[in-house]
Structure formats: C-alpha cells, structure tokens
Design a protein around this ligand. Structure first.
Ligand code: 6PG
Length: 245
C-alpha cells in the first residue's frame, strides 16, 4: 500500500509522522515482542525525534521493546556533529533513556569503511537470525530525501543503487567526494513499513519527478523505494508538495 499525505506545514508533518510511528509500533507490538526501526539521518527528522521524546508521545510506546538501527551513516566518529547516530542519540535515544542493548549503530570508530559495513551486516544478520542471502524485514524504516532525490545514502548514479545481494554497503558519493554507509534497496524494500519524511520547498522539484515523473531511478534514487508487501507512507509538507498535481 502506498499513501501520500500532505501536511500544511512542518509542525503538522511531525505530528502526523509521530502519530504514524506510534500506531505502527503499537500494532506491531500487539503481534511481536520486538519493534525494529531504522532511523533516518539528516536534519528533517530532528524535530520528529524531539516530538516522539516529548510528554505528548513518549508514554504511548513501551520503548524497552523498541530496537533502533540506522538506515545510513556518514563515515565519521559517533560524536561528530555530522553523525546521524549523534543526532538521533541527542534528540531521541538519550531523552528516552534507551538502553544501549537496544541501539545498533554503524561502528564508524573502526575507520575502515568496508569493515564498518561488513560488521553492520553481521550485526543485522545476527539480530534478525537471517539465513544465507536473506534480507532483514524491519518493522519500520524512516527515510528522508535530498534535493537531488537521494535517500539514505543512495545517491544518484552511485554504485550502491545497483546492489542486489548485500544488506548494507559502503557507497562512494562523487559530489561529496566521500564514502557513505547505507542500507541497500533490497533491505529498504523488504520493510513492513516505510515513512518518507519530506519537508521544505527545496525538495519540491525532486519530489515532482519522483512521484509524478517518468521512471529515472538512477537520477532520482528515491524512485527505487517500493514495498511489494508493506505500507509506504510519503509524509510531505505543503512547501515540498507545491509542484505536485
Ligand atoms: C543523511 C540522510 C539523508 C537525508 C537527506 C535529507 O545521512 O543525510 O540519511 O538521506 O535524509 O539528505 O536530508 P535533510 O533532512 O537534512 O534535508
């Protein structure tokens, strides 16, 4: 199921996203004793994380049963102000007093990017008790989208877009001249639920191409996100949605 929801502004966007996060978590925890979520990085989710950790929402989920992963990471130390882990830790995980046993981050202190990616894959394989060539099925993956239509660290024309075997990889990003660490599309597209959280007029052009343009998955990687067996929610604020029909 794919649903596009347009909020009037970023406040309403975050309220809708927090509500969706809570309902997915609560519905999942009715059937299972663990809820697995892969967090998004960048700047957009910061206010959502603050809202989830606020009095209004924090008591609605049994956080001891929530297990946190990261859909992508920069190749920086966990205390770097570039780190997606650090942003989530400061705005969500520490305020909610999440136990370290419930947090699985990319171990970027290992420095060697390939080693970091391999270790993360092993961590995921063990946690989900995966068989050979099996992909994890996250209960929820949060994704952002860049102005160029990238998502996670799957950037236009980058090698990782074509990865079909691995769970998580290093991805060299030409325009940033740096290695990033990212889930692959077989991993994202195996999730039970995905929430895209997209805010701001700067995203409008890419969003128009992705949701209403022709298929150009190398140029607009977020077009590759699709769930054969799950719910895909595009949560967008009005400025980002301004060019949509
Ligand atoms: C990252 C994110 C990335 C992000 C987009 C949008 O590591 O930067 O995972 O995919 O979601 O770049 O970033 P903003 O939310 O800052 O616009």
């Amino acid at each position: 199921m794919k649903k596009v929801i347009i909020a009037k502004d970023s406040d309403e966007l975050n309220k809708i996203a927090a509500g969706k996060f809570v309902s997915i978590a609560r519905n999942t925890l009715k059937k299972k004793d663990k809820f697995t979520v892969a967090l998004a990085g960048g700047s957009t989710p910061k206010s959502l994380y603050n809202l989830l950790a606020s009095d209004e929402f924090r008591s609605q989920i049994d956080w001891k049963k929530v297990f946190f992963f990261f859909g992508d990471e920069r190749n920086v130390l966990p205390d770097s102000d570039e780190s997606n882990f650090r942003m989530a830790n400061e705005n969500l995980l520490k305020p909610l007093q999440i136990s370290p046993e419930n947090i699985f981050r990319w171990e970027t202190e290992l420095e060697d990017a390939e080693k970091i990616a391999e270790n993360y894959e092993k961590t995921i394989e063990e946690f989900f008790n995966l068989a050979e060539n099996e992909f994890p099925r996250f209960d929820l993956i949060l994704l952002g989208m860049g102005e160029d239509g990238h998502t996670a660290s799957l950037f236009p024309f980058s090698r990782a877009l074509r990865e079909t075997k691995r769970i998580a990889v290093v991805n060299f990003v030409e325009k940033l001249n740096t290695n990033r660490l990212t889930f692959t599309f077989p991993t994202t597209n195996n999730a039970s639920n995905i929430i895209f959280l997209i805010s701001g007029a700067a995203k409008a052009n890419a969003l128009k191409e992705i949701l209403e343009g022709e298929s150009q998955p190398e140029k607009f990687p977020a077009q590759n996100v699709s769930l054969k067996n799950g719910n895909l929610f595009w949560l967008i604020d009005a400025p980002a949605a301004r060019l949509l029909k």
